[in-house]
Design a protein around this ligand. Structure first.
Ligand code: ADP
Ligand code: MG
Length: 349
């Protein structure tokens, strides 16, 4: 709850420029809702003579819910991922939608580039850790760490290297080894941002906006007063405060992966929700959070997860490979940034 409040506070700061509008300035439409198991906040500027300007937040919320229900969810029986994970035995060639095919193509690319640090087939291990049932922040009550043997067994079904995708006229054909399941928890929010951006681009009456889907944020277009968008980065050591903020002009996606987002403490050890596919255990690469800035939502989301697993040195190389900017906070509280990030980051100190 505290985190939600902090996010609200930061976004309020982001849109302060929208107050006190005169008649010529765009109208600010705001909405806060729940979808994809997280908080969706929208602040969208629409030209004041536009008809139906107020429908944009509803349209975007509808889009996020559609993606969750039709495509991304592991829990909803209507979603492609749910149905793929419960396919009949022996069903190795599957017809999937263009939307899912394109997301998976990009995920496979990051899997390869990250040497397996980002892996959409971790589902059996994620289930073993019970991550889906964890709420945001620290878990209450008792938490049992899975047995090493169980983890090793579950890892045997993580076989991204054997997935094959082939583009067809109406979607993709996917080859998936028996026993392999998919989990798009690390990229669903970023993929949603890319779709939202397409909606905004189609409506020329929209001049700018900020939309956050959990920890993934899209800043779009221009602020009415011409200043830059400000996106705060949470301080992992005190999640009610920020280490600083990025000043961004134009359209960008920002995603943060942190060990403070969902975790359980057992005997002084922090078990969090970003797993190292090489071990099946929470990644332990010396970082507490990674923020990635990219013009693609899916990439910013996939790379923040991958960079968290890889740590600073290899993570930085990966971000660079994709032309993305990255900011790492290590376990000692040091901040390490790519050169492009340095240009837009202002420290709170
Ligand atoms: P959040 O979803 O909290 O923003 P991330 O984007 O980093 O955080 O995604 C973490 C989620 O992705 C986990 O809850 C889990 O479902 C899944 N996941 C965990 N480790 C990995 C990994 N190495 N590769 C791909 N997905 C992962
Ligand atoms: Mg991610």
């Amino acid at each position: 709850m505290k985190r939600i409040f902090v996010a609200a506070l930061f976004l309020a700061a982001v849109v302060l420029g929208g107050c006190g509008q005169n008649a010529r300035q765009p109208v600010l439409y705001r909405d806060t809702d729940i979808a994809m198991g997280t908080v969706i906040q929208q602040n969208i500027y629409v030209r004041n003579d536009a008809e139906d300007g107020g429908t944009v937040t509803e349209e975007i919320l509808g889009l996020i819910r559609r993606m969750e229900q039709e495509t991304l969810s592991r829990r909803l029986e209507t979603a492609e991922i749910y149905l793929i994970n419960r396919r009949r035995e022996g069903e190795a060639h599957l017809q999937i939608s263009e939307e899912l095919g394109e997301i998976l193509m990009e995920c496979q690319d990051v899997w390869e580039a990250s040497q397996g640090a980002f892996d959409v087939t971790l589902a059996p291990v994620i289930r073993l850790w019970d991550i889906d049932k964890w709420s945001e922040g620290a878990q209450e009550g008792t938490f049992a760490v899975p047995e090493r043997q169980e983890i090793l067994q579950a890892l045997e079904n993580c076989r991204s290297g054997e997935i094959r995708l082939a583009k067809q006229e109406n979607g993709y054909e996917m080859e998936l080894p028996a026993g392999t399941e998919l989990d798009l928890g690390a990229v669903g929010k970023g993929a949603a941002l890319d779709e939202i951006r397409r909606v905004l681009e189609q409506r020329e009456e929209i001049s700018g906006g900020v939309i956050s889907v959990g920890g993934s944020i899209l800043v779009y277009g221009a602020k009415p007063d011409g200043s830059s968008w400000k996106v705060a980065i949470v301080n992992p050591a005190d999640t009610a405060s920020a280490i600083g903020y990025m000043s961004l002009k134009g359209t960008w996606c920002v995603s943060t992966s942190g060990d403070y987002e969902r975790y359980a403490m057992v005997d002084g050890i922090r078990y969090h929700h970003i797993l190292n596919p090489a071990t099946g255990y929470p990644a332990d690469s010396g970082v507490r959070s990674v923020t990635v800035l990219s013009d693609s939502g899916l990439l910013s989301d996939a790379l923040s997860t991958a960079c968290f697993v890889l740590g600073i040195e290899e993570g930085m190389e990966l971000a660079e490979k994709y032309g993305a900017e990255a900011l790492f906070v290590d376990t000692k509280g040091n901040i390490v940034m790519s050169p492009g990030m340095e240009e837009c980051f202002t420290s709170a100190k």
